[in-house]
Design a protein around this ligand. Structure first.
Ligand SMILES: Cc1cc2nc3c(=O)[nH]c(=O)nc-3n(C[C@H](O)[C@H](O)[C@H](O)COP(=O)(O)O)c2cc1C
Length: 402
């Protein structure tokens, strides 16, 4: 285990709020400084989403959040509320130590590129068919898809962007950092610890928890399969485990012990879920989907419309009124849970290639959102999406507090 660990009580003071409820990071718009500030103000904690943003954009969000929380102790309950937040960072493949060497060979790269090109061809053929039908009705042509070259990430650029985020964390003294999508090398955790910043990471099983601790993770976010949005497996090629979260928490505790701060996430729609996860070994619980319809969230209009349909029972629900969601790689190349739209069903064989597929389908999804065609939009949602409420974030925290 790394000697760079910060004392667990320092980590706990920032990470584990009195309400035991955190606003989970949600990239792509939903996480805003307003959302995190409202949740912190209600006795919770939360993370800004650094994913899909530049370091400069994240710096602005951090400044905005600090402005909303106030510079002082910001105490709402005797603890230091002004420091009960952090920033979540995506770990790009270039700095992800969990990717096996076999996936980094020239041959593996060529195969991946061919799979992306083949997927692009399928999407293009589909777009032409759809545009053919639309043309008969007098509408425009098929959307242009970026080329496989355009969507292939540049490792040097990924490394530079990741370094810019770490520099922002240090210079702005973020209270907490959480990583997802991969495991950075131990030096990254050590560097942040030396700057007084506890850095944790999302894991999805006990093996990942063990590796994360061995690299120096100060806390763990254990994400279950019911979670909305992307699965945070450390190896992007790994298939998701469908074990229920309380059982995963028990296995993680058996590996890391009782002192390491652990946050549980996935499928939280009521205080009863929070209670059961705390009983199963979590110190706090992070909710994402439950906040998507709040006034403070920056959820896009199409995403809001989809979640609202589910929550009102108008669509994306089964006969029992429960959300219908699916895990798919079709939108981005990484497993993610969305409301059960038609697009994943049409592409069950999408290759494991994030961020290429994300870039490939961005235009398609944006066009579909503009056209109000929710079936082709990524409507990230957990299995409790039917319980999402149109309310202030503080009300949602109160409803989830055990
Ligand atoms: C719209 C959306 C975006 C997300 N973006 C991120 C992200 O940027 N980073 C991350 O670690 N997790 C992300 N997640 C996963 C959440 O942090 C969290 O694990 C999940 O929302 C918990 O499950 P729940 O939605 O059922 O509450 C996202 C989830 C959603 C719904």
């Amino acid at each position: 285990m790394s000697a760079a660990h910060l004392p667990d009580d320092v980590v706990r003071a920032r990470l584990i709020p009195p309400a035991r409820v955190l606003a989970a990071p949600m990239a792509g718009g939903p996480s805003t400084p307003e959302l995190v500030a409202a949740v912190v103000g209600a006795g919770g904690g939360g993370f800004l989403a650094g994913g899909m943003r530049t370091a400069a954009q994240v710096r602005e969000q951090v400044d905005a959040l600090r402005g909303l929380l106030g510079g002082g102790d910001g105490s709402v309950d005797g603890s230091d509320a002004a420091r009960r937040w952090g920033v979540n960072l995506f770990v790009p493949d270039a700095v992800n130590t969990a990717i096996p060497a076999a996936a980094r060979t020239e041959r593996a790269r060529a195969e991946r590129r061919a799979a992306v090109a083949a997927y692009r061809e399928r999407l293009a053929a589909e777009g032409e068919r759809a545009a053919g039908g639309a043309a008969a009705e007098g509408a425009g042509g098929a959307p242009t898809l970026p080329s496989p070259d355009d969507v292939t990430p540049d490792p040097a650029r990924e490394r530079a962007e990741f370094a810019a985020m770490l520099a922002a964390a240090e210079e702005q003294a973020w209270p907490l950092v959480s990583f997802t999508f991969g495991l950075p090398e131990p030096a990254v955790f050590a560097r942040l610890a030396a700057a007084g910043i506890p850095a944790g990471i999302t894991v999805t099983d006990a093996d990942e928890a063990r590796s994360a601790r061995a690299h120096g993770a100060a806390f763990l976010v254990v994400q279950g399969h019911r979670a909305g949005g992307h699965r945070g497996t450390l190896d992007p090629a790994a298939d998701p485990v469908e074990r229920e979260l309380p059982s995963v928490l028990a296995q993680v505790r058996a590996v890391v012990g009782t002192r390491v701060p652990v946050v549980a996430a996935g499928g939280v729609g009521a205080a009863a879920h929070v209670r059961s996860l705390l009983a199963a070994g979590a110190d706090a619980v992070a909710a994402g989907t439950a906040f998507l319809l709040t006034a403070e969230a920056g959820t896009s209009a199409a995403h809001r419309a989809g979640i609202r349909r589910c929550a009102t029972g108008e669509g994306f629900v089964g006969p029992d009124g429960a959300a219908r969601t699916v895990l798919t790689r079709a939108y981005t190349g990484r497993w993610a849970r969305t409301l059960a739209t038609e697009f994943p069903a049409a592409h069950p064989d999408a290759p494991a290639a994030y961020p290429e597929l994300n870039a490939l389908t961005t235009g398609l999804r944006a066009d579909a959102a503009t056209a109000g065609d929710l079936e082709r939009v990524h409507l990230w949602a957990g299995t409790q999406a039917h319980a999402a409420r149109e309310a202030g974030a503080a009300d949602v925290v109160a409803g989830l507090t055990p």
